[in-house]
Design a binder for this molecule. Structure first.
Ligand code: ATP
Ligand code: MG
Length: 283
């Protein structure tokens, strides 16, 4: 049995639980319980504030956890980053009031910078030889310059909309973050095995993301042309149809290539094209 720490509520909660669900791990009943047992996998879920997840995992309160890389880097607890999960993408950036003339990080010398990520920022300033005053604040960082609390900010950015709303301009992207799976460094062999079982499931879910399963009918003498259009994973599956001279062709295809390929396939005589969702890809 392993214990996974997941954000109790917030931006990572839903996708963390969705990933577990897609991996066949359903969490019993109400989320209000702090600790919940999964029905069909030796795992229990501990719901925490995201800030507390790196520490919980480093202490072994939880064996593994799903948390933003930004929190892992900021908290500096000794944990293993097992896997990048591809959601919760954002960056930690420096932003200045939009009217400021900014040419290089040297601008920050002697400035006051508000942030909830003082350690990452300290490291960045050290690396760039900048001496600035770092003001740690817990939230509403983006309003600090307009209320006179700071000259600039260092905060999470995704679309940049919040910055614009607050009259700020992103000038340095310091850390690119996404949700990561972290693990305690002293897991027993038994627990490691459960973690690798879980990883196997996560990977097959990830592989299927952005992929579709497509099937179509076409004259058998056009199969070679179709294969040229569809340089897929391996070769496509080809089955004979009851109707003489016709074949059914099945292939896994990237969603973003779908429409181009469909045009090309229709042009060589493909008919009855079906596109289906792909849930998991086990290799
Ligand atoms: P908690 O109550 O758990 O402390 P929080 O308010 O600190 O939550 P959230 O705003 O829910 O945190 O964000 C959780 C994580 O989601 C962040 O640490 C970051 O990794 C990621 N994240 C934050 N903002 C964004 C965003 N705008 N777009 C995408 N991911 C984001
Ligand atoms: Mg938090």
């Amino acid at each position: 049995m392993i214990r996974i720490a997941v954000q109790a509520k917030g931006r990572l909660n839903e996708e963390s639980l969705a990933l577990l669900a897609e991996a066949g791990i359903s969490i019993e009943e109400s989320k209000r319980k702090l600790l919940a047992r999964a029905g069909d996998f030796p795992i229990e879920v501990l719901y925490l504030r995201d800030d507390d997840i790196p520490q919980a995992v480093s202490m072994g309160v939880a064996d593994i956890g799903i948390v933003g890389l930004n929190e892992v880097e900021e908290k500096q607890f000794d944990v293993e980053i097992v896997h990048r999960l591809g959601f919760g993408n954002c960056r930690l950036s420096l932003a200045v009031p939009k009217a400021e003339e900014y040419t290089s990080p040297a601008w920050f010398n002697g400035k006051r910078v508000a942030t909830s990520y003082p350690r990452i920022l300290t490291r960045y300033f050290e690396q760039n030889g900048i001496t600035a005053e770092i003001h740690e604040i817990a939230g509403s960082v983006e309003i600090a310059p307009s209320v006179g609390m700071a000259d600039a900010i260092f905060d999470i950015v995704s679309s940049g909309g919040t910055l614009v709303t607050n009259g700020l301009r992103e000038v340095e992207k310091v850390l690119f973050s996404e949700a990561v799976l972290i693990a305690n460094k002293q897991l027993t062999e038994e627990k490691r095995q459960v973690v690798s079982q879980l990883m196997f499931r996560f990977e097959s879910v990830e592989r299927s993301r952005g992929m579709k399963y497509m099937l179509m009918n076409l004259p058998c003498d056009r199969v070679d042309d179709a294969v040229k259009i569809l340089p897929g994973m391996k070769s496509p599956t080809i089955l004979p149809l009851a109707q003489e001279g016709w074949c059914s062709l099945h292939v896994v295809i990237k969603e973003n290539e779908l429409w181009d390929k469909i045009e090309a396939l229709k042009a060589i005589g493909a008919e009855d094209i079906l596109v289906l969702a792909l849930e998991k890809m086990i290799l």
